[in-house]
Design a protein around this ligand. Structure first.
Ligand code: 5GP
Length: 188
């Protein structure tokens, strides 16, 4: 009988984390589940409540913080994001290994509370390469790119506390490496 584990995956902005996680989930949907977080930000046009996020009000979020309902939470751009303890517990009881796709602040809170959680950081091959990718999108102006790069440096610093770092030099290879990490940790 395999023990159910909690995996936390984070990555720098622009690193292609979403693509890697989606491909991992496509290949491993049987006994893994991607956790649905709560957020106070507004849904984007194609997002569905309960599927992409549980969209809740700021008052409700803060009430849940006071009542210690979150395994972890973080605040960016004026919005809260958090993972409910109850949600994770329920999914594990249903027999799933749970994957949290959360930022580095939240990941380190999880590690403090659940020392057997496995933290995986998806990193770019180099900061220069990431800068090239961010510029290649042509969606952000120079000051936004500079802010993002400063944030990347903070995240790379925090990633030193992670259990594993996976370089996203190719989606296929990164997914295989995550599969190996996960396999080694669920059968321990
Ligand atoms: P977005 O608004 O683009 O959906 O997400 C913004 C950021 O929030 C991403 O970096 C994502 O990883 C992070 N995030 C999403 N859910 C959670 C959560 O439950 N907790 C934390 N700490 N970060 C989250």
């Amino acid at each position: 009988m395999q023990s159910k584990r909690l995996f936390v995956i984070s990555g720098c902005s622009g690193v292609g984390k979403g693509t890697v996680i989606n491909e991992f989930m496509r290949r491993n949907s049987g006994d893994f589940i991607l956790s649905v977080s709560c957020t106070t930000r507004n849904p984007r046009p194609n997002e569905i409540d309960g599927v992409n996020y549980f969209f809740i009000s700021k008052d409700e979020f803060e009430k849940n913080i006071k009542e210690d309902k979150f395994l972890e939470y973080a605040q960016f751009a004026e919005n809260y994001y958090g993972t409910k303890k109850k949600y994770v517990r329920q999914k594990m009881e249903e027999g799933y290994n749970v994957i949290l796709e959360i930022d580095t602040q939240g990941a380190l809170q999880v590690k403090d509370k659940m020392s057997d959680a496995v933290l995986i950081f998806i990193a770019p091959p180099s900061v220069e390469e990431l800068e090239h990718r961010l510029r290649g999108r042509h969606t952000e102006d120079e000051s936004t790119i500079q802010k993002r790069l400063a944030q990347v440096k903070i995240e790379l610093e925090r990633s030193l506390k992670y259990d594993y770092t996976v370089i996203n030099d190719s989606v296929e290879r990164a997914v295989e490496e995550i599969e190996n990490i996960v396999r080694n940790n669920v059968t321990k």
